[in-house]
Design a protein around this ligand. Structure first.
Ligand code: ATP
Length: 236
């Protein structure tokens, strides 16, 4: 589904170069120390940071030279995902049409998904009139309306309180399953991986340092776990 090969950019501190493959429908949680290159990896895949080397292949298509909007993926950041002057409904409509002019079928689709994610009572509000969790629910719903096969999440729930965070993880897992999405999510929490990940990747100093299961990390007896500060009795 996703293959990247020596994908990198020239940051002055140290070069970054990533090589990895993700299969269709796989849910991968990306962990690693602060500054390791996790966000850069997602931004290189999405095309927001131009690659100075390497290639990105998504669903058998070389997308390395494509503009971000042309790549078959959606990306969600920690915050600032919504247009502040547009209502929830308008923000959602942008997922289907840049001009927000929807056909009857698209309207129906939008309302059905908004119902699924609990947004119907909020449709006429502006983002400033929503809680942080509600805003992320809108942004996640818009990602899904785009119906792209690859979903990239960059610490999307880290500003939320634990209960809301758990609610969003449950929703994300359900929506990924229902829509057969391939997921790559950056997180600082091994608990997210425990809940969501088929596989964990640890990034260190601009490259992939380790790949395996959250159970292996949780044991705390491998170098990748030590890198994250995980010991058997200590979840980072
Ligand atoms: N625009 C930029 N120009 C130059 N260097 C950058 C730029 N953005 C990030 N970096 C550097 O690239 C490295 C990787 O940054 P990145 O934001 O990808 O790390 P991260 O693993 O996501 O960190 P965190 O967990 O703290 O969010 C860091 O050393 C950072 O200082």
């Amino acid at each position: 589904m996703l293959t990247i090969n020596q994908l990198g950019c020239d940051y002055p501190q140290h070069p970054l170069s990533f090589t990895l493959s993700v299969t269709a429908g796989e849910r991968v949680v990306i962990l690693g120390p602060s500054g390791a290159g996790k966000s850069t990896l997602l931004n290189l895949i999405a095309g927001f940071i131009p690659a100075s080397q390497g290639e990105v292949w998504i669903a058998d298509q070389n997308v390395t030279a494509l503009a971000p909007a042309k790549r078959p993926l959606s990306i969600l950041f920690q915050e600032n995902n919504l247009f502040t002057h547009l209502t929830v409904k308008q923000n959602l409509a942008l997922g289907l049409s840049p001009a927000m002019r929807l056909s009857a079928v698209q309207q129906e689709k939008l309302l059905a998904l908004a119902d699924r994610t609990g947004l119907l009572p909020l449709m006429d509000r502006l983002p400033a009139q929503l809680s942080g969790g509600q805003r992320q629910r809108v942004a996640l719903t818009r990602c899904l309306l785009r119906e792209q096969p690859l979903l990239l999440l960059d610490e999307p729930f880290s500003a939320l309180d634990p209960a809301l965070r758990q609610e969003m993880l449950v929703l994300t897992q359900a929506l990924c399953r229902e829509n057969h999405l391939t997921l790559m999510m950056v997180s600082h929490q091994l608990a997210d991986a425990r809940f969501l990940a088929d596989r964990c990747i640890v990034i260190d100093q601009g490259e992939m340092a380790w790949s395996g299961t959250w159970q292996q990390l949780e044991k705390g007896d491998i170098e990748a776990a030590r890198m994250l500060g995980v010991t058997p009795a200590n979840d980072p």
